[in-house]
Design a binder for this molecule. Structure first.
Ligand SMILES: C[S@@+](CC[C@H](N)C(=O)[O-])C[C@H]1O[C@@H](n2cnc3c(N)ncnc32)[C@H](O)[C@@H]1O
Length: 303
């Protein structure tokens, strides 16, 4: 059996009771170690907690050497651990498809994901549109495909969850050209970098999917003891230090319920200014008023 197990967001003890029971009986335990990090527990802490060896599975192993992970999984139990939920943002459906093709039974054991825990900022999950990923810009690669999705969300008034790039175990390109594999230190995109990149793309596209005054929320270290939120405009968050990783950003849509706003104001330094920014933002993509009902149209003869 291949067990796909979500670890939750921060602590080794965030794994579910059923997940832990499965890990303990598995012959091999892999930890997917490139799309997210368990903020309050490293490999050795996990090994101590599970009483089992944990094998780190980097991108290369999961994407190109999945046979290693799936070896004998038709007769032995193998666990594949994913920070957050197994199907939250990073889906790992490829691995499940390959297991199915090999006749290996698969069982998923779910957990909290950034995709649902973000509700802790006070916005209704029902009012979120498409989530987008923001990747680190390089000198010659500054992708803006997220922009159209944000525009689509904002046109129908929905909030956007922006998930930020993380780079673990990235080879240094210059060293690679010299034929040596040297890995860069891990990098996690900050709220400030994300917002600066967003501002740069708006400056380039000028279609007003959002503006520097658009209200946003900085979300850091969700689910950990030092989880924090900051409600501010995009421009303000471009200068904001959100502390240790992991970070995400939420950009508000026009549909903000009074209760959502009340909740958010607790995270704003200047509550009055933030309320004004939210109200002003509701003018963007505002739908035209509905046409009058036929009985309300008074003809000029009747007047
Ligand atoms: C590709 S997603 C992986 C999501 C994970 N599988 C899950 O279900 O939560 C990773 C990105 O989500 C965001 N993220 C994940 N956990 C977070 C947390 N605890 N606090 C803030 N952002 C988080 C960060 O932007 C991070 O780079």
């Amino acid at each position: 059996m291949l067990y796909m197990i979500g670890l939750g967001l921060a602590h080794e003890s965030d794994i579910t009771v059923r997940g832990l029971a499965a890990v303990k009986k598995c012959k091999r335990v892999y930890l997917e170690a490139y799309t997210s990090i368990l903020m309050s527990a490293d490999k050795s802490k996990l090994e101590e907690f599970y009483g089992r060896e944990v094998i780190l599975a980097d991108r290369e192993m999961v994407e190109s050497e999945s046979d290693k992970i799936l070896e004998n999984a038709d007769v032995d139990d193998v666990a594949f651990l994913v920070v957050g939920d197994v199907f939250g943002a990073t889906t790992h459906t490829d691995l499940v498809i390959r297991a199915r093709d090999l006749g290996i039974p698969v069982e998923s054991i779910h957990n909290a994901s950034v995709m649902n825990a973000v509700g802790a900022c006070g916005l209704q999950l029902y009012n979120f549109g498409q989530a987008v990923s923001i990747v680190f810009f390089t000198e010659d690669w500054r992708p803006d495909s997220f922009y159209n999705k944000v525009m689509e969300n904002r046109k129908i008034g929905l909030h956007t969850l922006l998930l930020l790039d993380i780079k673990v175990k990235e080879p240094n390109i210059k060293e690679m050209m010299r034929g040596r594999i040297v890995y860069e230190p891990p990098r996690y995109m900050s709220v400030a970098t994300c917002c600066q990149q967003l501002l740069e793309i708006e400056e380039k596209r000028k279609e007003e999917a959002y503006t520097p005054e658009t209200p946003c929320i900085s979300v850091s270290r969700l689910g950990s003891p030092n989880q924090s939120f900051k409600a501010a405009t995009l421009k303000q968050l471009a200068e904001y230090d959100a502390g240790e990783p992991l970070h995400s950003v939420v950009m508000l849509g026009r549909q903000v319920h009074d209760l959502e706003l009340d909740y958010l104001l607790a995270f704003a330094d200047d509550k009055d200014a933030y309320r004004k920014a939210v109200i002003a933002d509701q003018e963007y993509f505002k739908p035209p008023p509905p046409p009058p009902a036929p009985q309300d149209i008074i003809s000029s003869d009747e007047e």
